[in-house]
Design a protein around this ligand. Structure first.
Ligand SMILES: [Zn+2]
Ligand SMILES: [Zn+2]
Length: 443
């Protein structure tokens, strides 16, 4: 094949992808709205995962779910059995197929779709996240989901980060690639990851080995301050993080008649809290620490025998994050020791620092430019954390390349707020951009 004809064929493909995306736009909005109406938290994304699995199968993908794609011993922050069971029943009541749900029992809500073209070539993967947040959605008229009747049907839960849009775009990419299968070579893996919020889902998916053979890996997020119509081939600034669930258990006693008989869990938690904020800064990089919740005690005149805290630390490098996590453990254990109470510290989430591979970033950027898309070449600077980093470093450790791209969307308010909403006009162009990048990396 000459250089000339290859160029012609890639622009033909770009055109085909654009036409497919344009046709898909109403369907992607419908999928996004349906998912928005049915938000599900980490490890309870039963209905969402079943919809994804069903759709991928219809499109001719090989579909993997269950412990095969989510290593059981690496799952973090899994809810208790009752919560899982309730969510399972809710999905069943919503009409989800019992067979599909059976394969996900216990919260194995990760889904991987594999499209093998049958022709030799690289393995290319796209990861999207599918979970929602514990936020009560706004009911005000100005909030479009409320106005147009697709706001959350589940009290206290909401898609407030745009993962409903990610899932819809991922399914859009699946449709486009399935359609173009005969013109592609190599293998596509679409990874639909549960439990991104809190950094819980990527680690077990990475440990399942599902991305170990991946040559080129893309992660994606919508919004993040990038306006509609603009895409970035890379993102920078995500902090590594460790989430710790802490429970102190002491001994209750009468606060007036025998306080010395008690072992005060509340006091241990209070001391631990102030001491955590006093962990020495590190010259190895930026750090964060936060005690997000503290619940303790049972009554005014009782020495508190229990206390629980949700704690997180973050860092600009993996080394300094490890330092923060290990100092935090010492501080918490020290506070427990001083009050003679027991303490249990459970790792509830983990993300690493993210690094995007320069060569891959440039390839994606150039391909998008050739396709006539509006690209900002500079990495988009963000704050916060994103556990896609864990899957990316798994790929990178095995010689593959990875990047995390930003699909712009005008937002009425920031991520994780009760009035969050996405610009649905970017769903089809987003799927188009992702498909164009994947096709380029395959061929
Ligand atoms: Zn989020
Ligand atoms: Zn998010």
């Amino acid at each position: 094949m000459t250089k000339m004809s290859r160029r012609t064929s890639s622009s033909d493909l770009h055109e085909k992808i654009r036409d497919l995306a344009v046709k898909l736009a109403p369907e992607l909005t419908a999928i996004r709205r349906d998912l928005h109406r049915h938000p599900e938290l980490a490890w309870t994304e039963f209905r969402t995962a079943a919809i994804v699995a069903q759709r991928l199968e219809e499109l001719g993908f090989e579909v993997l779910t269950g412990p095969e794609v989510c290593s059981p011993e690496h799952r973090l922050g899994v809810p208790d059995d009752e919560t899982l069971e309730q969510a399972h029943r809710r999905a069943l009541d919503a009409g989800t197929s019992p067979e599909r749900l059976a394969a996900m029992r216990g919260g194995y809500t990760g889904v991987v779709g594999i499209l093998d073209t049958g022709r030799p070539g690289p393995v290319v993967a796209l990861r999207v996240d599918i979970d929602a947040l514990p936020i009560e959605e706004a009911g005000e008229e100005e909030h479009r989901p409320a106005q147009e009747g697709f706001s959350s049907a589940h009290r206290g839960l909401m898609h407030a980060c745009g993962h409903d849009a990610h899932t819809a775009m991922g399914l859009g990419v699946a449709q486009i690639l399935a359609h173009l299968k005969e013109e592609l070579s190599g293998t596509v893996k679409l990874v639909f990851q549960p439990g991104e919020e809190g950094g819980r889902g990527a680690l077990p998916m990475a440990h399942s080995g599902i991305v170990d053979d991946v040559d080129h890996f893309l992660g994606v997020h919508i919004g993040m301050g990038v306006p509609s119509g603009v895409i970035h081939p890379a993102v920078t600034g995500f902090l590594a993080s460790r989430k710790l669930d802490v429970s102190f258990s002491g001994r209750a006693a009468h606060a007036g008649a025998g306080p010395q008989e008690g072992r005060n869990a509340l006091l241990a938690a209070a001391h631990a809290t102030t001491a955590l904020y006093g962990i020495s800064r590190s010259s190895a990089g930026d750090t964060r620490v936060n005690v997000g919740t503290l619940h303790a005690g049972s009554g005014r005149n009782v020495i508190a025998d229990s206390a629980t805290m949700l704690v997180e630390v973050r860092g600009a490098a993996d080394e300094v994050t490890e330092y923060m996590a290990s100092r935090a453990r010492k501080v918490i254990e020290g506070a427990a020791l001083a009050q003679e109470v027991d303490v249990e510290i459970v790792a509830a989430g983990s993300t690493t620092v993210m690094s995007c591979d320069e060569q891959l970033v440039r390839t994606v950027e150039e391909t998008w430019r050739q396709a006539g898309l509006t690209v900002e070449p500079e990495p988009h600077r963000v704050t916060g954390s994103e556990d896609c980093s864990v899957l990316m470093s798994r790929v990178q450790q095995r010689g593959g390349a990875a990047t995390y791209v930003a699909v712009g969307s005008d937002l009425p308010t920031g991520h994780h707020t009760r009035t969050f909403d996405v610009d649905e006009g970017v769903l089809a162009p987003g799927a188009q951009a992702l498909a164009i990048a994947l096709v380029r990396l395959l061929n």
